[in-house]
Design a protein around this ligand. Sequence first.
Ligand code: SF4
Length: 239
Amino acid sequence: MIEQHKTYIDLVRNYFHFQQNVYGEEILLDKPVHLLFQTEKDRSEPGLSLIEEKVMQCSRCSLHKGVHKKVFGEGSKEAKLLIVGEAPGREEDLQGKPFVGKAGELLTKILKAIDFTRDEVYICNILKCRPPQNRDPDPQEIKMCFPFLEEQVSVIKPEIILALGRFAGQTLLNTQTSLARLRNEIHQYKGIPVFVTYHPAALLRDAKKKYDVWEDVQRLRKAYDNLVGDKPEWQPGKK
Ligand code: SF4
């Protein structure tokens, strides 16, 4: 561990010396800083960093042209609960993080209501680039981007997935079934139980859906206790 730490320090030192020699005091970063210092070992082992690097370099569809920042996803790499939304919105595109606007605040509250923090789960989207004016993703964009999510799932190995919104649910489950119907069942994605509920942005437009989401996430939390059981058993309303 100490040896690995030293390797990283040497890599950082060498990188900044190189930058200083070539560009003077100005530092040029062409990718997220943690991707700059991957060792050969990191590169040879499939992992989230590698997938993130591929996303950052991706131009499979035209959405990459208009983005400020791609939004790969964030959270615990060992998360048992994976949250999948639709696509970055305006705030997410500016910050490069998933669910950081008003819908993100609401998601944080929903998670808190079932005794999860954002750090305990992993949060990402079907699309990694923001569609212009937050329009719906088109089928071709979903087809191009979905393999990245499949890779994220295979690395994180969640035990439960919560799909937020119609696009997330229908894409994961490869179906055209309506969200209203998807909500009422537990589905499977490659053997992983999938719950589907409304996207928090939909709750901001229609507060009446809050009760439906509350029902859905309570069912999810009970399933989590049965399937994973790594948290104190949850009882609604109890702190
Ligand atoms: S949306 Fe996905 S497939 Fe399209 S450019 Fe962005 S990362 Fe690539």
